[in-house]
Design a protein around this ligand. Structure first.
Ligand code: PDD
Length: 278
C-alpha cells in the first residue's frame, strides 16, 4: 500500500513515526474512518466536520486545510486503486519529550492508509450478528473520536471469545453504543429507537444519515436510551458505522431479537443508505 505521512506519499514500510509521538505515548490523537464504495468517498462532509470538532475539543491545530485533506483522501483511493473499503486518517498532537501537559508548539502528525473491505457484500448480512453486553468502562468523552481504543478492543475480543461478533456497552443500565458502532432497535410498533447525542456516545455520521433517511421514508424515530432488556424484547436491532453501514443484530446475550433474523426496517434503511449515499 501507499500511505500518507505529513505531506509525503510512501510505501507503507517506509512511513515512520517518532517513538515520542504523543499519539503513541498518550493516545493524544484523533481519527476518522471514511468508507469507499466504487472509488467514491461515502458521507465525507460529515467525517470532515466531526474531525474538525474532535481537533477543536482537544486543542490540536490541524496540520492540513480542508480542501487539501479532501484531495489527499481522493488521492489515496487512486494511488491504491481502492474500489471498496475504507480510509483511516489519524492526527496526533505530534512528538514531544514525555510530559503529561500538552507541549506549547507541537507539530501534529497526520497519517492516512487504506484497507480493502467487503462492505456491500459482507457475509454477516445474511444472518446478522450476535452481540454480548458488557459494562461501558471507557472514559466519559466518547463524543471525541480519540484513538483510546483499548477498552473497545477488550470488549470485542471478549465478544469473540464468547462466539459473538461484537459487544454492546452498558452504562447505568442503558446501552450506550457498540464497541465501534452506534446501537439501534426497532420496536414491535415499527419505531426506530436510538440513543440521543451527548458526551456518552460518538456522534455517528452513519447514525445521522440513517435518522434522516428514516424520516424521509416515514419510519417513526425516537432519540432516547434503551436497556439491554428492551433491546432483547425489540422486533429488530442493528448497528451503524462507516465500516458496516447498517448491520442487523439478531442475537443479544444469546437471546434472539424478534424473529432472530435481519428485520424489514433494518433492511429497508440499509438499502436506502446504499441507494442514497453510494
Ligand atoms: N468507528 N461509535 C463508536 C464508538 C465508533 O467507534 C464508531 C465508528 C461509531 C460509528 O460512527 P460512524 O457512523 O461515523 O462511523 C460509533 C469506526 C468505524 C472505527 O473505529 O473503525
Amino acid at each position: 500500500r501507499i500511505v500518507y505521512l505529513n505531506g509525503e506519499w510512501l510505501p507503507e514500510g517506509e512511513a515512520k513515526v517518532s517513538i515520542f509521538d504523543r499519539g503513541f505515548l498518550f493516545a493524544d490523537a484523533i481519527y476518522e474512518v471514511t468508507a469507499v464504495i466504487g472509488g467514491k468517498l461515502i458521507d465525507y462532509p460529515g467525517h470532515a466536520a466531526r474531525l474538525k470538532r474532535s481537533l477543536g475539543e482537544l486543542g490540536i491545530t490541524s496540520p492540513i486545510d480542508a480542501d487539501s485533506l479532501l484531495e489527499v483522501h481522493r488521492q489515496i483511493v487512486a494511488r491504491n486503486n481502492l474500489g471498496e473499503g475504507l480510509i483511516y486518517m489519524q492526527i496526533s498532537r505530534g512528538p514531544a519529550d514525555r510530559d503529561f501537559a500538552f507541549p506549547a508548539n507541537p507539530t501534529p502528525t497526520i497519517t492516512l492508509f487504506t484497507q480493502e473491505k467487503a462492505i456491500l457484500s459482507n457475509p454477516k448480512l445474511e444472518t446478522g450478528i450476535s452481540v454480548i453486553t458488557v459494562p461501558d468502562l471507557r472514559w466519559a468523552r466518547r463524543d471525541i473520536k480519540t484513538v483510546q481504543l483499548l477498552y473497545p478492543s477488550m470488549a470485542k475480543t471478549e465478544a469473540m471469545r464468547q462466539n459473538a461478533e461484537d459487544a454492546w456497552l452498558v452504562e447505568d443500565g442503558f446501552v450506550t453504543e457498540a464497541s465501534s458502532a452506534n446501537a439501534h432497535i426497532v420496536t414491535k410498533e415499527g419505531k426506530l429507537i436510538t440513543r440521543s447525542l451527548s458526551t456518552a456516545i460518538l456522534h455517528g455520521i452513519t447514525r445521522a444519515s440513517i435518522l434522516d433517511l428514516a424520516h424521509a421514508a416515514g419510519v417513526p424515530t425516537e432519540e432516547r436510551a434503551f436497556t439491554p432488556q428492551e433491546a432483547k424484547d425489540a422486533a429488530e436491532a442493528f448497528i451503524t458505522s462507516a465500516t458496516s453501514f447498517v448491520m442487523p443484530v439478531t442475537r443479544i446475550d444469546g437471546q434472539p431479537v424478534g424473529a432472530g433474523k435481519p428485520g424489514p426496517v433494518t433492511q429497508r434503511l440499509r438499502a436506502a443508505y446504499i441507494e442514497d449515499r453510494c
